[in-house]
Design a protein around this ligand. Structure first.
Ligand SMILES: Cc1ncc(COP(=O)(O)O)c(C=O)c1O
Length: 405
């Protein structure tokens, strides 16, 4: 008979041996202190560290107006939503948020979910299950939530090589033209910081009569004239059928959404299990998301400062021998290429330089591609950027000489 505890321990030991057992840094991110956080060490001590891996890209989670909106709504409406959207859980603020999102992306309609993960999982599974004989065409670097949604729908799927339009074309052409098709892809891929060829995908979708499903999670709030994403920045809003996004990255809150035509969004609303059978977002969260969208829509200076800092970081890295991906975006990965070494670099950054950058390993990235995924914010100073690059350089030099010895 199976010994459950022995089994779990063996599996955990295997992760440790491979160097990809995940440990969490216990942080206190205090308002007004970004990008610093208080690190609670396992031995009970605390240390102030500079955070270099937050997805709160614009520090909006600490923005005074966003906090105020959250507090005001919580005071008025409480902390819970009271149910699923079907059963007493639809609040005025959900409706307002959905109208704002539809307007932001120039679509007829929007639907809010409890997270970006749920938005992808629920929408893609509802589409794949509902469209008769549907086929998905999914970029190989799509997020886990998209992969799960497609998988749960049980529809047929073709995985095309990352951003490879020849491969996508070939796969689209191999399928009966009468079958419903959905091309699922991401505008800004979060592990490499690269951008999809959006226009070319839209052209192929038109040629093969496919729906386009675009995840803009890492782009909303930052790109586009109103922070409305890369499709907006490239003038392609009308060519994307479903735009998915979230509030947890640049907007600094939590929750996810889709936008699209009235009929499509209503179809997902009426069929998606991950929408129907779960308690809706607390109205105070909706209020905070609304405020954050409003601030970033009106004031481009946040995203301008982010881009300036990202450029400064990439420039500094270009002067070193460090193996980094010179991405066109604000996400800057430094590839270490080995799980144990990546862990070691992250540990040394934290212990010796008070710099926190979580190691990213398999299955988030392929084995051999382990990395530190650096995310600069408007709150990082040039001195902090210089210190980070210098620390990485010192560690790299020391590791190289250790290996040579
Ligand atoms: C591309 C992409 N889509 C969706 C999600 C899920 O979003 P959320 O964190 O809001 O669940 C993530 C999260 O990291 C992501 O990177």
């Amino acid at each position: 008979m199976i010994n459950y505890h022995a089994f779990f321990n063996q599996q955990l030991q295997a992760l440790k041996t491979e160097g990809r057992y995940r440990t969490f840094a216990n942080l206190e991110r205090q308002v007004g202190c970004a990008p610093y956080a208080l690190w609670h060490k396992p031995n009970g001590e605390t240390k102030s560290v500079v955070v270099w891996c937050s997805n709160d890209y614009l520090s909006m989670s600490h923005h005074p107006d966003v906090i105020q909106a959250f507090q005001d709504a919580a005071t008025l409406y409480g902390v819970g939503s009271g149910g699923t959207r079907n059963i007493s859980g639809t609040a005025r603020l959900h409706v307002k948020l959905e109208q704002t999102l539809a307007d932001l992306h120039d679509k007829e309609s929007a639907l809010v979910f409890t997270s970006g993960y749920t938005a992808n999982e629920a929408s893609l599974s509802a589409l794949g299950e509902g469209l008769p004989d549907c086929v998905f065409f999914s970029d190989e670097k799509n997020h886990a939530s998209m992969i799960q949604g497609i998988r749960h729908s049980r529809a047929e799927k073709f995985v095309f090589r990352h951003n490879d339009m020849d491969d996508l074309r070939q796969k689209l052409a191999s399928v009966d033209p009468r079958r419903p098709k959905v091309i699922a892809f991401v505008s800004l891929y979060s592990m490499d910081g690269d951008i999809a060829p959006l226009k070319q995908i839209c052209d192929l979708a038109k040629e093969f009569n496919a729906l386009t499903y675009l995840d803009e999670v890492h782009a909303v709030g930052i790109y586009g004239p109103k922070g409305n994403g890369l499709a907006a920045e490239q003038g392609l809003l009308d060519r994307i059928d479903i735009i998915q996004g979230n509030f947890a990255k640049a907007y600094g809150v939590v929750g996810g959404y889709i936008t699209g035509s009235k009929a499509l969004v209503d179809f997902v609303r009426s069929h998606a299990s991950g929408f129907i059978f779960t308690t809706s977002l607390p109205p105070a969260i909706a209020a905070a998301a609304l405020k954050s969208i409003e601030v970033l829509k009106a004031d481009p200076s946040y995203r301008q400062r982010l881009r300036q800092n990202a450029d400064y970081l990439k420039n500094a890295l270009r002067k070193t021998q460090l193996n980094f991906i010179d991405s066109p975006s604000h996400i800057v990965p430094v590839v270490v290429g080995d799980a144990h070494l990546c862990q070691e670099v992250a540990t040394r950054l934290l212990n010796d330089f008070q710099i926190y950058a979580q190691p990213i390993n398999y299955p988030t990235v392929p084995k051999g591609q382990e990395r530190l995924r650096l995310t600069v914010t408007p709150a990082h100073t040039k001195e902090m950027i210089d210190q980070l690059v210098e620390a990485l350089d010192i560690i790299e030099t020391q590791e190289n000489s250790k290996q040579a010895a």
